[in-house]
Design a protein around this ligand. Structure first.
Ligand SMILES: [Zn+2]
Length: 82
């Protein structure tokens, strides 16, 4: 069993924390850092989510591809009516 003596300044949970870059008086856990509303503006988030996790979020078939296929089907039907 791991005991963390540090406490997150944001959620108050006893977790492993790191000092926030934007607000040095705040110690943040990984959850609060990732969910932070200032993360887009943060020069260097102290908690970095691994790249492989991000790749899972990217859809394999973008909406544009589906739209294109639908349009191609429509045009092929229009052409067949002539
Ligand atoms: Zn937290």
């Amino acid at each position: 069993m791991t005991i963390y003596w540090e406490r997150c300044s944001i959620c108050g949970k006893y977790e492993s924390t790191r000092q926030c870059v934007m607000f040095p008086d705040i110690m943040t856990c990984i959850h609060c850092c990732v969910a932070c509303i200032n993360r887009d503006r943060c020069p260097k988030p102290v908690w970095i989510v691994e790249v492989k996790h991000r790749k899972l979020v990217v859809p394999k078939r973008p909406v544009e591809d589906i739209k294109k296929k639908v349009m191609e089907e429509l045009f092929s039907k229009l052409g067949a009516d002539k």
